[in-house]
Design a protein around this ligand. Structure first.
Ligand SMILES: C[S@@+](CC[C@H](N)C(=O)[O-])C[C@H]1O[C@@H](n2cnc3c(N)ncnc32)[C@H](O)[C@@H]1O
Length: 384
C-alpha cells in the first residue's frame, strides 16, 4: 500500500473535541475524535503505515494504539484518505467551492456551507463576495469572531455597504450609534424588499399586525375615522390593520423600495420616503394615532423618537409601537444589527416624552435563526 494521505478534496476544521471532515464530492461529514484527528494530521503522504504506527502509537489516547490500522483502513474506504498516486483525488477549485457554499446554504446545511466558504476564501483571498457569505454563514453557525473578520475583509473593499458598517459596530462591541444610519436602513431594505412579506409572514411568523389589531381594539374600539400616521410603514403589513381606524392614513419610510410596495397596496392616502425623526420634527400636522411596528428596532435610546412622536399627537391621541424585548438596560445593539430594549427603558423614555404607558405587553414577535424573538408591544397615551 502507498503512503496514506488526507484526500485533498476533504475540508478539515478543528472543533472542541477533534476535527470535522467534510467531503464535498460525496456530501458527507465525519466527526474525528482526538485520536483520529491526530492521525489525520500525520497522514500527509510522507509516511508509510509502519511509520505512522511507530509515530502515532505513543501519542494515542490510552487503549487506542491498535486502532491505527483500522482507522487507516476505514479512512481509505470512506474516501477520507487516499494513497499516493491515486489520480481520482483532486482538490475543488475556489469557484466550485463557492458555488457549493451557496447550494449548501440554500439547502439549510450551514455547517458544511461554512467549511466550503472558508476554504473558498483560503484559495481566493480576494473574493470579496465570498468573504461576505462567510461572514453571514459564520453568524448563522454562531462563530462571532470569524464573522467579524470576514465582514471586515469584505467591508475594506466595499466601504459603501452601510449595512455591514453597522453590523461591524455590533460585532466589535463598540459604542452603538443612536440609531442605524439612513444608508444602513436603505441598504438592508433595498435587498430585502422583494422577499420581505414572504419572509416575515411565512418564514418568520411575524405577529406585529395581529398585536396591533389587539391594541387598537382594546384602546380605540369603535373610535374610527382617525388621522393616522404609520412610521416605518414598510410594505404596509401593519398599515392594513391601521387603515380600518383611519379616515386618512399617511405612511413614512426611509426605503424607496418598501414605499413602492406600500403604494402598490393602495391603502395609504399619502406616502413619503423620509427619515421618521426628521419628518416628525419638521412638520406641524397632528395625528389621533401614530403606529410604528417593528421599526424602532433600529433605534437605540427611544427618548428622542418618542418626544418627536408625542409632539405630533392630538390631545387624547395614542402612539402604538413594538420593539424587541431586551434584558440589558437600557438597550442593546445585537449582532443582527437591530436594537432590543429593556421594558424599563421604554417606560422611562415614555415618561420623558410626556406619554403615559396605557398598555405594555411582552409576547412572541417573530422568529430569528430558528429561535423565538420576544417583542415589547406598547400603547402610549398622549396628554388629554
Ligand atoms: C421590519 S420593517 C417593518 C415594516 C412595517 N411597519 C411592518 O410592520 O411590516 C422596518 C421598516 O422601518 C423602516 N425604517 C427603519 N428605520 C427608519 C427610519 N429611521 N426612518 C424611516 N423608516 C425607517 C425600514 O425602511 C423598514 O421598512
Amino acid at each position: 500500500m502507498g503512503n496514506p494521505r488526507i484526500n485533498p478534496v476533504i475540508l478539515l476544521s478543528p472543533v472542541e473535541d477533534g476535527y470535522v471532515a467534510y467531503n464535498p464530492a460525496l456530501d458527507n461529514l465525519h466527526q474525528l475524535n482526538p485520536g483520529a484527528a491526530l492521525l489525520a494530521e500525520l497522514c500527509d503522504g510522507s509516511r508509510s503505515l509502519e511509520e505512522l504506527r511507530a509515530l502515532a502509537a505513543p501519542l494515542m489516547p490510552d487503549g487506542k494504539a491498535d486502532e491505527i490500522d483500522k482507522w487507516v483502513e476505514e479512512g481509505l474506504k470512506a474516501g477520507l484518505l487516499v494513497t499516493e498516486g491515486d489520480g481520482a483525488a483532486r482538490e475543488f477549485s475556489a469557484a466550485e467551492l463557492f458555488a457549493l457554499t451557496k447550494r449548501l446554504r440554500t439547502a439549510g446545511k450551514v455547517q458544511t456551507a461554512y467549511l466550503c466558504g472558508k476554504r473558498t476564501v483560503e484559495l481566493k483571498p480576494d473574493d470579496w463576495d465570498a468573504w461576505y457569505d462567510v461572514g453571514e454563514i459564520a453568524q448563522c453557525v454562531g462563530k462571532r469572531e470569524e464573522a467579524l473578520v470576514a465582514y471586515q475583509k469584505y467591508f475594506d473593499h466595499h466601504p459603501e455597504d452601510g449595512e455591514i458598517e453597522h453590523l461591524l459596530i455590533a460585532l466589535r462591541d463598540a459604542a452603538p450609534p443612536p440609531r442605524a444610519s439612513d444608508r444602513a436602513i436603505q441598504h438592508i431594505y433595498k435587498a430585502f424588499a422583494a422577499s420581505y412579506e414572504s419572509i416575515m409572514c411565512d418564514a418568520l411568523k411575524y405577529t406585529g399586525p395581529e398585536r396591533l389589531r389587539d391594541a387598537l381594539n382594546a384602546v380605540l374600539g369603535d373610535r374610527k375615522g382617525l388621522e393616522v400616521l404609520d412610521m416605518g410603514c414598510g410594505s404596509g403589513l401593519a398599515g392594513v390593520v391601521a387603515r380600518e381606524w383611519a379616515a386618512n392614513l399617511t405612511g413614512i419610510d426611509l426605503s424607496p423600495e418598501m414605499i413602492e410596495l406600500a403604494r402598490a397596496r393602495g391603502i395609504y392616502d399619502a406616502l413619503e420616503v423620509a427619515e421618521i425623526t426628521a419628518w416628525l420634527q419638521g412638520g406641524r400636522s397632528r395625528f389621533d394615532l401614530i403606529v410604528s411596528m417593528d421599526c424602532l428596532i433600529y433605534f437605540g435610546d427611544l427618548t428622542p423618537i418618542l418626544r418627536a412622536a408625542a409632539g405630533r399627537l392630538k390631545p387624547g391621541g395614542f402612539f402604538i409601537m413594538s420593539t424587541e424585548r431586551g434584558t440589558r438596560h437600557p438597550f442593546h445593539l445585537t449582532d443582527t444589527g437591530r436594537y432590543n430594549h429593556h421594558p424599563d427603558h421604554l417606560r422611562e423614555a415614555a415618561a420623558a416624552a410626556g406619554l403615559k404607558v396605557a398598555r405594555l405587553e411582552e409576547s412572541f414577535l417573530r422568529m430569528e435563526y430558528g429561535d423565538e424573538v420576544m417583542g415589547l408591544f406598547a400603547v402610549l397615551a398622549g396628554p388629554l
